[in-house]
Design a protein around this ligand. Structure first.
Ligand SMILES: [Zn+2]
Length: 241
């Protein structure tokens, strides 16, 4: 079992000037090849500002870095892996910066929460969607689910009602919690405010649950979009083992 952290670009949030990394994750466990999240849609490559406006992101922020290397296929390439090798594709939730290239892995089994999959399209942004659900074989997740040895999906509702976090067990490193947007950055816990969440009360509960789990297991807690932590993390082709 090993983990690589993938770089899908950098986004600027106008309200606070925060520059947030857009992460993906890749894990190998036995003969299984697991990809988590897929970044922004490929349309952003040619016309980032135009597509930002079309997607209703105009007042919220903009994608300030999205090169032809900051997508799943290129990042996997750094690891010697091809998109066709992916056996399992996990969507933490359907927002615009996670779901964009979900259609590039038709052979993979897709894991998504039942509450999000039941919607006609992925959540995307602002009530509109550039993305359709792909025809992949799909497993809908409603409870903690081990998908491969060392990788467990944990429902963490609140940010979105179907949000999923991951708990990984690495042989040398120990436990790693990929909170994704259940805890976007540590200020959310420090301020105990989850204003951006679909359901702030549920988000609070999920965030506290993940922090408790991290303390209990002495785990590394990986936030969804923490600018400082993003700068400090080692990314592909580095392996956490
Ligand atoms: Zn989100």
């Amino acid at each position: 079992m090993r983990l690589a952290i993938l770089d899908y670009g950098l986004f600027e949030v106008y309200a606070n000037g925060r520059r947030i990394g857009i992460p993906g994750y890749y894990m190998e466990s036995g003969d299984r090849r697991v990809l988590v999240d897929t970044g922004f849609h490929r349309d952003y490559l040619a016309d980032p500002l135009g597509v930002c406006l079309a997607d209703g992101l105009g007042a919220f922020g903009r994608l300030i870095e999205y090169t032809d290397q900051q997508n799943p296929a290129a990042q996997l390439g750094l690891l010697g892996v091809s998109p066709a090798d992916i056996t399992d594709l996990v969507l933490t939730h359907g927002h615009i910066d996670h779901v964009g290239r979900i259609d590039e892995f038709p052979q993979a089994t897709l894991y998504v929460s039942a509450v999000e999959r039941i919607r006609p399209t992925p959540l995307y942004w602002n009530g509109q969607s550039r993305i359709a659900w792909p025809a992949n074989q799909t497993v809908t997740v409603e409870a903690p689910t081990d998908i491969v040895p060392g990788v467990c999906l944990i429902p963490t509702p609140g940010h979105t009602m179907g949000h999923l976090s991951l708990v990984l067990t690495l042989p040398a490193y120990g436990t790693i919690i990929l909170a994704a947007d259940a805890i976007s950055r540590p200020d959310e816990l420090a301020d105990d405010r989850y204003a951006d969440a679909e359901d702030p009360r549920a988000a609070r509960q999920s965030a506290h649950m993940q922090r408790q789990r991290a303390q209990h297991d002495a785990a590394w807690l990986v936030y969804g979009h923490c600018p400082q932590q993003w700068q400090s993390m080692r990314r592909a082709p580095y392996w956490y083992t």
